[in-house]
Design a protein. Structure first.
Length: 241
């Protein structure tokens, strides 16, 4: 007899310093539950090596096993940089490791972004990140590898995660403004710890193009994987639209 997966349960694996769990709850409908587990502390400076260490295979498997017993429909990996730092192959490897622990399907912010850009028919995308240049460039490289054209890359060059979480609405809006070049068909704001979800309606009206953020694309991808349908930008249970 096969495993029964529960479409109303979404597992979430986040880094030790994730502080915006509330953004996930702002996206899911009331009848969907989120089950969050955290990865071990990484004592490295914020950057590419930090991102790689967050996605350590043994740690990912251990985290996924804490979720496997509740049979979630999908597990979302809540670290953007760890999902793009080694390109498309690295993103696929993260998903495969999580799924090796008995998880039906895993999604990542970078994989979700690629899928959403394709769904929107967007090729040229402006990028805004809180990262330093090497890490921001790795995001641009992954998108180029996937067939998109990054037309801007604006990095805040934060080296402390506390600075990212504490970014004000004005900082985020300015970042989006600078990433929105005339040829950008959409704008993506990276990092699951950058506060963005409450600002999305305002940003989309202000910029006049689709504005995507890490937490938004990740959880919407998880909802789709779980059999939920997004109608008018709001996730609702499949079949109720």
């Amino acid at each position: 007899m096969g495993t029964t997966w529960f479409p109303k349960r979404i597992g979430v694996i986040v880094p030790f310093d994730m502080a915006l769990d509330r953004e996930y709850w702002q996206i899911v409908p009331e009848d969907v539950s989120l089950h969050v587990t955290r990865l071990p502390i990484v004592e490295l400076p914020y950057g590419p090596e930090h991102a790689r260490r967050v996605a350590d295979a043994d740690d990912l498997v251990a985290a996924a096993r804490t979720l496997e017993r509740i049979s979630p429909a999908v597990v979302a990996f809540g670290c953007t940089s760890a999902s793009f730092v080694d390109g498309l192959a690295g993103e696929a490897a993260v998903r495969e490791v999580i799924e090796s622990a008995g998880i039906r399907e895993a999604v990542t912010p970078s994989g979700a972004l690629v899928d959403e850009l394709r769904r929107l028919g967007v090729r040229r995308v402006g990028l805004g990140t809180p990262y330093d240049e090497p890490l921001g460039q790795a995001l641009a490289d992954l998108l180029a590898e996937a067939g998109f054209e990054p037309v801007s890359l604006v990095n805040l060059a934060y080296t402390d995660e506390e600075d990212v979480v504490a970014a004000s609405a004005d900082v985020v809006i300015d970042l989006a403004d600078r990433a929105r070049t005339p040829d950008a068909e959409a704008v993506f704001l990276a990092c699951t710890n950058l506060p963005t979800v409450p600002l999305l309606p305002r940003l989309r009206e202000r910029l006049g193009v689709p504005v995507l953020t890490a937490n938004q694309v990740l959880i919407e991808a998880a909802l789709r994987s779980a059999g939920q349908t997004l109608v008018g930008g709001d996730p609702v249970a499949a079949g109720t639209a």
